[in-house]
Design a protein around this ligand. Sequence first.
Ligand code: HSE
Length: 463
Amino acid sequence: MKPIQVGLLGIGTVGSGTFNVLKRNQQEIKRRAGRGIAITMVADLDQARARAVVGPDVQVVGDARAIIANPDIDVVIELIGGYGIARQLVLEAIAAGKHVVTANKALLAVHGSEIFAAAQAKGVMVAFEAAVAGGIPIIKALREGLTANRIQWIAGIINGTTNFILSEMRDKGLDFAVVLKEAQGLGYAEADPTFDIEGVDAAHKATLMSSLAFGIPVQFDKAYIEGITKLGAQDIKYAEKLGYRIKLLGITKRRDADAANGTAAGIELRVHPSLIPAKRLIANVEGAMNAVMVNGDAVGTTLYYGKGAGSEPTASAVIADLVDIARLHGADAAQRVPHLAFQPHTFDQAMNDTPILPMSDVVTSYYLRLNVADEAGVLANVTRILADAGISIDAVLQREADEVGADGGAESQPAGGLGVAQTDLILLTHDTMEGTMNAAIAKMQALPTVLAPIVRIRKEELA
Ligand code: HSE
């Protein structure tokens, strides 16, 4: 059978990895796919760079539309990134009847509904294994491996840059800004690192996994997003003392309706720093590695671990998509795995309409750090506010002098200018609704003995 013809848009880190792995493993890949897979055209603004990667046998062009217009091309790989020209080119490729492979999580999280609908109407595939957690085959796992399950929740470390930063801050006691520079130097961070450190990149990925898990439209605009820029080194240390690690988690969770307490069904979709028990496997995912936990009713809790970025790990996912397309090219569209795991014609309106819950309705537990005056009755006032709100305390830690080391935590001696002895009061709570917690925090903050803004970090047991 004639090799499937592929055109590549953008040959940077992932594009060159894709070209090289495809070349290196071509015999094995061909035996698996049942036919050859040939990148025959590459478009890049930097044609010299492209030529240096692909050699003389591949056509190099500066205009991506020359690939889309070529009737011999069966598949277009989009590795340009972003929502702008990439969206336009993907839609044009679909309109031209090409299958599309993309690593572009931002594009699909924001414009996925439009793109998948266009592909469905045209009878082509849009494959995106590389868009979530790089080399980890998590899309395959969610769409196919776990297809028997009613998925309950997903929680993942799905941004390598922030995991690298948190690991370095914890291990070496380094400041956030120093480690960010290191991460950029190592090529982990997105071109605009705010996408990484503010949680946006993780939210793109969590949005896609939420749709795959629950059969709902992609709704990035409804995701709650909080990054790691405000995390203090002392909270990482206090968490450690209490048996927890702090990780930036992407979480999506199904909440069933509960007539007893009057709560409606909904889906949680959130990215924020979370305390997780140090004894969980996922708590030990260090550096730029990614890991995703998926809980299904039949399978229980599963864990997927690997490199979430980088040239060849991401190429591994891109090529897996090419193999899927090579096997199914020309097959009836009904035989293909649906883009978002559920057959679109079976999309259940009730499920489609299940709301993404506002953060105030999310139920979770909390780590609170209060910098307080070290005097009688302070703890009693704080715990009274929590008790009045029906919030149950799980653990309390009051920092002793030097307990978290010289660089972290408040002074326990009278601080310059304030004239009062201060201490850090750390509380872990049981589950409560975020709206209830917000109201309690506002009341605690108003106490004259609470001396600084209260730090609140959510806690997930991942049991
Ligand atoms: N900037 C991303 C990360 C790359 O740090 O994980 C992969 O999406």
